[in-house]
Design a protein. Structure first.
Length: 202
């Protein structure tokens, strides 16, 4: 799983000519031996800067409007379902992704699969990830609950979070303002994140 996630971010950086294939291989070797997240390893090895990682991640998270189109193009979302989703969003103030799951248009795992396939977000199963409580507390409980996300790691000025809707650019902006840190986002299910929030914010 870790190598797969690394290759996704790594391929993006290669396509942008930020790193070479050789540098990616070097970082993946370190990741295989020591674990950790690729972006943080690349920074630790002085291959990229935090700003370069941030810019690349921002490009991935600037396409919130594409989720609706992707679901319609694949036949997952009908016109009637779209109407219901938008009505629920307006009524309850939910995100597009939250409304889709609430209405049963997609299950949580199906939503994650769609996000990974269509947008390349790396998937992280929180149950398999060791999280330190002091890292979690970098983000307030109210913000974590509002956006269904949780802080899981921090190296330097990069805060790694797991969130159910990484297309939510407003959430990412709020996290940057609240913490003063750059943000690297992984996708997890709403249930996994809510369970983690309940576990760490007591």
């Amino acid at each position: 799983m870790k190598i797969k996630k690394g290759k996704q971010l790594g391929q993006l950086l290669i396509e942008k000519n930020v790193i070479t294939h050789e540098q990616l291989d070097q970082a993946l070797e370190v990741q295989l031996k020591e674990g950790g997240l690729l972006g943080q390893i690349l920074i630790k090895l002085n291959i990229v800067t935090a700003e370069q990682i941030e810019n690349s991640i921002n490009e991935q998270t600037s396409s919130a409007e594409k989720l609706e189109n992707a679901l319609k193009e694949t036949g997952i979302l009908s016109a009637e379902q779209l109407k219901q989703v938008l009505e629920l969003q307006k009524k309850e103030g939910r995100t597009f992704a939250q409304a889709i799951v609430k209405l049963g248009v997609l299950g949580e795992e199906e939503l994650v699969s769609t996000m990974v396939t269509q947008f390349g977000f790396p998937y992280l199963q929180l149950v398999n990830y060791e999280i330190e409580s002091e890292i979690v507390k970098i983000i307030s409980k109210s913000t974590a609950e509002k956006y269904s996300l949780i802080a899981i790691d921090k190296i330097g000025n990069i805060l790694t979070i797991a969130m159910a809707d990484p297309l939510n650019s407003a959430a990412l902006d709020d996290i940057r303002k609240e913490t003063g840190l750059n943000v690297e986002a992984f996708i997890s299910t709403f249930s996994d994140i809510n369970n983690a929030i309940s576990q760490f914010y007591v």
